[in-house]
Design a protein around this ligand. Structure first.
Ligand code: ADP
Ligand code: MG
Length: 319
């Protein structure tokens, strides 16, 4: 099987054709039509085997995750996903591996109506780069910059499950099989919060997706918005599985600092709280208000009546 047969067989089959793809895979470039009055948003992420996913990861999951982390970036800006390109470096042509990888990739692509429009295929150590393209109405995308003192801070769903699964796989921390089965999909098949991102477009003052951990990623919002924040530790959402697996301190540590969750962290003006929460409930989107933006530049953690900075929190909680 040569390179072109490989591309045709694994990457140019069974795709639903979007009307805005005027020319897809097969020429030197793809030709695409951006809808009028929309802006094009573009992002790229690379996954390297052994660095961004454990070497033992199933190929279906690698395909899913490579696209999911990119769709998550579009979600974090409130964009509608449209197209993606794929640059893949493979150590060998392994048909079984490629079949499972492309199944994981296209299953997710279909569910978000995104089309693969081109790419590059090379030989070398396993690495996957995906670039995504999406749309948002002129001037409507949500940036990291824009949080104001008094705004409320939210996250979607729960945090720390992906970190727990990774700790189990990489560092062998003990985890009953049933609990691992609950958290492993959150590491291997994260669901990009595209629907939430779109709903938030008219409400959020700032937004980011949590790829490196809540403290690190909220830190980007604070820095770019030139503000501080107070997080209420009692409100950090921890799943039942994570709560069962670890002591409260350790669970909280993962929820605050572990990466790979791909949930959204966003801020809204307090006056919007009721309207937005009602809308999100209607749409069956789970969100948690975890704190508020302050005028200072610091990130503080409220524990009962105490306010701790990160260093104090780490000392206090034996992190
Ligand atoms: P060129 O040499 O002009 O860059 P290639 O031979 O690399 O073209 O690729 C031929 C066609 O196949 C191009 O349209 C390219 O976008 C597409 N392609 C190559 N690799 C992939 C891939 N992994 N997934 C999707 N499309 C691909
Ligand atoms: Mg060319």
């Amino acid at each position: 099987m040569n390179e072109f047969q490989l591309i045709t067989h694994f990457f140019n089959q069974h795709q639903k054709q979007r009307p805005d793809v005027l020319l897809g895979i097969g020429d030197d470039c793809a030709i695409l039509a951006v809808p009028p009055n929309q802006q094009l948003l573009v992002s790229i992420d690379t996954l390297v085997s052994g660095v961004h996913f454990p070497k033992s990861t199933a190929p279906f999951d690698i395909g899913h995750k490579a696209l999911a982390v990119n769709l998550s970036d579009l979600a974090a800006m409130g964009a509608t996903p449209a197209w993606f390109t794929l640059a893949i470096t493979l150590p060998a042509v392994d048909k079984e591996w490629l079949g499972a990888f492309s199944k994981g990739l296209f299953t997710l692509a279909h569910s978000f109506n995104v089309q693969l429009i081109g790419g590059d295929t090379t030989r070398g150590p396993l690495a996957i780069s995906i670039q995504v393209h999406g749309f948002a109405p002129l001037g409507k995308s949500i940036k990291r910059q824009g949080a104001r003192p008094g705004d409320l801070i939210y996250v979607t769903n729960t945090l720390g499950d992906a970190g727990l699964a990774l700790q189990h796989i990489m560092n062998g921390i003990e985890l009953p099989k049933a609990l691992f089965a609950k958290v492993a999909p959150r590491l291997n098949r994260p669901m990009p919060r595209v629907k939430e991102g779109l709903l938030l477009r008219d409400y959020a003052s700032a937004m980011i997706d949590i790829s490196d951990g809540l403290v690190a990623d909220l830190g980007h919002i604070l820095e770019q918005s030139q503000v501080g924040a107070v997080l209420d530790l009692a409100k950090i959402p921890i799943s039942y599985a994570l709560g069962q697996a670890l002591s409260p301190d350790k669970a909280l540590r993962l929820a605050l600092s572990a990466g790979d969750d791909y949930e959204l962290c966003f801020t809204i003006p307090a006056a919007q709280q009721e309207t937005l929460e009602r809308l999100l409930r209607q749409e069956k989107c789970e969100v948690h208000c975890i704190g508020r933006i302050t005028a200072g530049k610091e990130l503080l953690f409220q524990q009962g009546a105490n306010y701790l900075d990160l260093a104090a929190l780490q000392g206090y909680s034996h992190f």
